[in-house]
Design a protein around this ligand. Sequence first.
Ligand code: KIV
Length: 268
Amino acid sequence: MSMQSVVKSITTTQILNKKGVEKITMLTAYDALMAKIFDGEVDMILVGDSLQMSFFGEQDTLSCTLDSMIYHTKAVCNGAKQSLVVCDMPFGSTSTPKLALESAIRVYKETKAQAIKLEVGFEGLETIEMLVQNGIAVMAHIGLKPQFVRSEGGYKVQGKTQDNVESLISLAQKIEQNGAFSILLEGVKAEAAKQIAQSAKIPIIGIGSGAGVDGQVLVWSDAFGFFEEFKPKFVRQYLKGAELLREGVREYVKDVKSGDFPSEQESY
Ligand code: KIV
C-alpha cells in the first residue's frame, strides 16, 4: 500500500484540541457494516458494552465479556478508517490497576482501537494513571455508570445535589491530571454537566447530560430507531429504523410469496 493511500484516522490529540472550538460527535457501533456508514461522519466510534443490551438482548451490560468486546472492536476497526475507535472495557475487566492493564493490552494487541473507555470513580484514578503511563489512551466514564446498575439499584440521574456536583467536578479534574484524554459524562443534570465541562480542560462528551458539554454520544440503535423496547428521554430519534426495516422485510416476503422475486433480470 502506498503512503498516499493510507487514510489517517483522527487522533486523541485532535479530539482534545476540539474543546472550545467545535462540538465533538460520537456514535456507538458494533460491527463493520455500521462502522463503514458512520466512518468519517462522526469524530469517534464507541464500541460500547451497550451491545450486550441492544445487540445481544440482555437486561443490562454486566454479562458482557472482554472476548466479546474484542470481537466487536475488531469488526468495527475493519469498517472505520477515519473516525477514532474507542473500545469499552466490560464489567470486571478493570477492577484493579494490574487487571486493567492486562485487559487493555489485550485490546491494543488484538484490535486496532485507538483508545479504551472505562467506568470509574475515585477508586479508578490509580488505574487511569497506570494505563496512560503504559501508552493506553483513556476515556473515563463518570456520572451514571450502567455497570453499577445492580449495586446502585437502578439507573440514577446524577448532579442533583451540590455535594454530588462538587464530587463530580473534583473527579473530572483528577481524571484529567491522571492523563485521560476525555470524559464520557452520562445521565447528569444539564446545569451540573455544564459546570463539570467548564472546570475541565479535556473534552466532556455527554449522553443525557444536556447541551453545555463539549460533545455528544448516542447509542446507534437508539438514535436511528432500531431499539424499540423503550426510548430514554435524552434520545433524539433521527430515523424510524425498525419500522423502515420491517416494511422492507414485508415487501420481500410479499414478493417471494407472489413469485415476483426473483425476476428474470435477477436470475442467471
Ligand atoms: O456502552 C455504551 O454504549 C455507552 C453509552 C453510554 C454511550 O457507554
